[in-house]
Write a protein that binds this ligand. Structure first.
Ligand code: DC
Length: 643
């Protein structure tokens, strides 16, 4: 499985140019395809969902041409889809699946529409029922009420009033409304039940109007598409930035100091999710806005919890769930039943993952309640849901964390994590690598103390693994078994000792036997993998000094300072000799020297994470230096690195 490890972030400030809105992009593409005339669409979102729509349009014979830099030329078919038979794969793109179902069912042709497994679990029955009232011939190829679908040519009878439910997904009404001009007659849609996610209907109506079709409406209950309505290209169109995508950066500003400014959406946006800014303001954030931009910063005294009806911002409300981790009190997000039928069951997924971080969560059929606590590092699963990945990145302002399958953000925001990195500042790391007994442990611990940073003795983790294996009677070369032990190592670090299963280990990991065991288990790739996140979890505020063999090369390649600390083998053997004697162990200098040379060879010649000086590491040879001098040198380099 792929993953992305995020260190704890100290702050967030900066500006992000947003990618195009997913909702607007896919609506515009479909209407441009159905319109009379050629449209040029600029600032289109480049993502999985829009790719599925573009592919589908091409398969249907629509002229689609890339003009570079997120601009596309679409040759409209004036309501007559050229290809009458096609099999369309629409991935997990609800914004492609629902409107295409409606348009193709009314356009007349022989089409199959399929998606990924999750798409086949997302209901579409209410839309199909609406279309069948118009005479459409639609067959469920799998489960009743769900994709995949087969559409056949049928005599469409646009007679008067049809009914569609509006309380599961507003995309059914959107799909119907966008397709109705294809009938050429007057059709009225009555919404049954309470219409949810109303702002998305506003987007639909606004874009239809841009293409020349004005829907007559009676509140949120009744929508009429008049006879003779037809789509006409408006020429060139600019897609707004994605307001849901904006939510992550506004939240970052509200949590991490800010200001964080997003460009591409603002007070003149047609997207309902700009209302996220109001919700954030209710939590105390300081919000500013212009026609085409918004900015957020943290309030004095921090954010506080809210109790909110989120029906109008279903997608952006997910961002509130992780923002709640930083707010005093219990946040309740209500009226979010639609979360259960999105890319994943978002209420369940959110609850499971928030709990992993240590929050207290209560979930109901249509609400979630979050009470924060001190957050702890965790590996977050993303459920093939872009918003899960983006929401949970916010937690990095409190704790290091791992995001599994981070590439799922490609659904709507392929560059998300580089934009995230551009506006956040990670807790710095000083990586000190070097051979055994070079004095790096002593130097690293003192540098950490001087700077108030955390200290990671990574060698101790390998030593503990060797000790745990010995205690469990597992051989040091049994890779799978040692890796399992390493992954579950019940270790904690107290002020003056390391605890294994709650018991201080003292010098038990410092013996020559454990040095040899550590060197052996450290050569096993599965063991190194098992210990990777555990090490990265030390990368907390205000900073970290880590010492070992691969701090700069593997564990913290982004370190603000890398030092390769060494000394001649003879001097190291002497230092080790003194250390052992001081601790009351017996020792023999020639044996120590030869053991040291053997370990050096094994640590530097192994295939995984061998000990070597990185190209960007400073060399610090301590053969002729005192500890004090070595510490001062590292501190001077770090001051320089951070300036
Ligand atoms: O630094 P140390 O002597 O406590 O390390 C013990 C062993 O663990 C040593 O043989 C090398 C290995 N090690 C490693 O492979 N990678 C690290 N980051 C730290 C130690």
């Amino acid at each position: 499985m792929e993953f992305l490890d995020l260190p704890q972030q100290l702050s967030a400030v900066g500006t992000v140019r947003l990618p195009g809105s997913k909702s607007i992009s896919n609506r515009v593409l479909l209407l441009a395809a159905l319109a009379d005339g050629v449209s040029e669409v600029r600032d289109l979102l480049a993502s999985d969902d829009t790719e599925r729509m573009l592919e589908a349009l091409q398969a249907l014979g629509i002229g689609v041409e890339s003009l570079g830099a997120e601009s596309w030329r679409i040759r409209g078919c004036a309501g007559r889809i050229p290809v009458k038979q096609a099999a369309l794969f629409l991935g997990n793109a609800g914004t492609a699946f629902r409107p295409l179902t409606a348009a193709l069912a009314l356009a007349g042709g022989d089409y199959t529409l399929t998606g990924v497994a999750r798409m086949h679990e997302r209901p579409i029955g209410d839309l199909v029922d609406g279309l069948r009232q118009l005479g459409a011939d639609i067959t469920y190829l799998g489960n009743e009420g769900y994709p995949p679908l087969q559409l056949k040519p049928a005599a469409i009878r646009p007679d008067g009033v049809i009914q569609v439910r509006g309380d599961v997904s507003s995309q059914f009404l959107t799909g119907l409304l966008m397709a109705l001009p294809l009938t050429g007659e007057t059709v009225t849609v009555d919404v049954v039940g309470d219409l949810i996610s109303k702002p998305y209907i506003e987007i639909t109506l606004a874009i239809m109007a841009r293409f020349g079709v004005v829907v007559v409406r009676d509140g949120w209950q009744r929508f009429t598409v008049p006879a003779g309505s037809r789509y006409v290209s408006p020429g060139t169109l600019y897609v707004e930035g994605d307001a849901s995508s904006a939510s992550y950066f506004l939240a970052l500003g509200a949590i991490g100091g800010g200001p964080v400014r997003v460009e591409g959406v603002g007070s003149e946006s047609i997207q309902g999710d700009v209302k996220f800014a109001e919700a954030l303001a209710q939590m105390g954030a300081v919000i500013e806005m212009g026609p085409n931009w918004m900015a957020a910063r943290a309030p004095q005294g921090g954010l506080h919890a809210v109790d909110l009806d989120c029906n109008h911002i279903p997608d952006a409300a997910m961002t509130l769930a992780t923002t709640a981790l930083f707010a005093r009190g219990t946040t309740t997000l209500r009226n979010i039943a639609s979360w259960r039928v999105k890319e994943t069951d978002r209420i369940a997924a959110m609850a499971i993952e928030l709990r992993k971080l240590g929050a207290e969560v209560e979930e109901g059929a249509d609400f979630i309640k979050i009470t924060p606590s001190t957050l702890k590092p965790a590996a977050i699963d993303t459920y093939d849901d872009h918003r899960m990945a983006m929401c949970f990145s916010l937690a990095a302002l409190a704790t290091p964390l791992r995001i599994n399958d981070p590439q799922c953000v490609a659904k709507t925001f392929p560059d998300y994590f580089s934009c995230f990195a551009a506006v956040t500042r990670a807790a710095p790391v000083i990586a000190i690598d070097g051979p055994s007994a070079s004095g790096k442990g002593t130097v690293a611990a003192r540098v950490a103390a001087a700077l108030g940073y955390a200290y990671l003795d990574s060698g101790a983790l390998y030593r503990l693994t060797a000790l745990a294996a010995q205690r469990a009677a597992v051989a040091w070369d049994d890779e799978a078994a040692v890796a399992t032990l390493a992954a579950q190592l019940p270790v904690s670090f107290s002020e003056d000792d390391i605890l294994l299963a709650g018991i201080p280990v003292g010098d038990a990991i410092r013996t020559e036997a454990m040095s040899a065991g550590a060197s052996q288990v450290a050569a096993l790739p599965a063991v190194r993998d098992a210990l990777l996140f555990r090490q990265r979890a030390f990368n907390t505020a205000p900073g970290l000094v880590g010492d070992g063999r691969d701090m700069g090369s593997v564990v913290f390649p982004q370190a603000s300072l890398k030092v390769f600390l060494t000394a001649s083998a003879e001097v190291r053997a002497e230092r080790r000799y003194k250390q052992l004697i001081d601790k009351g162990f017996s020792a023999n200098l020639p044996d120590l020297l030869s053991d040291l040379q053997q370990r050096d060879a094994r640590d530097s010649q192994r295939s995984v994470a061998p000990l070597r000086q990185e190209a960007d590491a400073y060399l610090l040879d301590t053969t002729a230096l005192t500890i004090e001098q070595a510490v001062n040198q590292v501190l001077a380099w770090q001051a320089n690195a951070l300036s």
